[in-house]
Design a protein around this ligand. Structure first.
Ligand code: GRF
Length: 197
């Protein structure tokens, strides 16, 4: 059966584009929703242009009440009945309750070679540490931030003269290859990690 995929984002949505564009032909999944906490997210327009339904749940009216925000997310998700959630630059920390509800069905992409550099500013931290390589990780989402079983990793060199931006661009290009590859496998119930290159 075709798997339904909802993609959650807060920003430009380049990973969302790579996921949506991959779900054609014999792919076992199709996009059913792009959901954002940010009405100004560039990814929403890109999703609409691809004919994917979009929705916005602004987190701000909920203040500190993350559970109420997540209840609103779940209400929208219920209308679209996704089998799989892909976090793709979704900049809200999710509570254990929400994560447990979706555990085993929710993926995230993080721009570091986890377990290195959980959280933000991953590229600056990799460069400050003098790392010779950097990369990205797709993992199942579990209640701890940027943890959970690794489903794929792509590595790139960190080059002399790199800035956080130049390294981020090199990593992002790999994100666009890795995330669709992992999703395709995951949608076929195959959790064997993909290691690139
Ligand atoms: C990516 O670097 C991703 O790894 C991180 O957030 C960024 C999202 O970029 N989680 P985009 O919105 O997909 O272009």
């Amino acid at each position: 059966m075709t798997q339904r995929v909802a993609i959650l984002l807060s920003g430009g949505g380049s990973n969302m584009v790579s996921l949506v564009d991959s779900m054609t032909g014999d792919h076992p999944a199709r996009p059913c929703l792009v959901l954002s906490n940010n009405a100004g997210a560039g990814g929403l327009e890109k999703a609409r242009a691809r004919g994917v339904p979009t929705a916005v749940v602004d987190h701000r009216p909920y203040g500190e009440d993350r559970s109420a925000f997540e209840a609103a997310l779940n209400a929208v998700l219920a209308d679209h009945a996704p089998d799989i959630l892909c976090l793709a630059g979704f900049m809200r920390v999710l509570t254990g309750g929400f994560v447990q509800e979706w555990q085993g069905r929710m993926l995230n992409i993080h721009p570091s070679l986890l377990p290195k550099y959980r959280g933000l500013h991953t590229h600056a931290r990799a460069l400050a540490a003098g790392d010779a390589e950097a990369g990205c990780t797709v993992h199942e989402v579990t209640p701890e931030l940027d943890e959970g079983p690794m489903l794929g990793q792509a590595r790139v060199p960190a080059l002399p003269g790199d800035t956080p931006d130049s390294l981020a661009a090199r990593v992002l290009a790999e994100e666009h290859v890795l995330y669709p590859a992992v999703l395709r496998r995951f949608a076929m119930n195959d959790r064997t990690p993909i290691l690139l290159p």
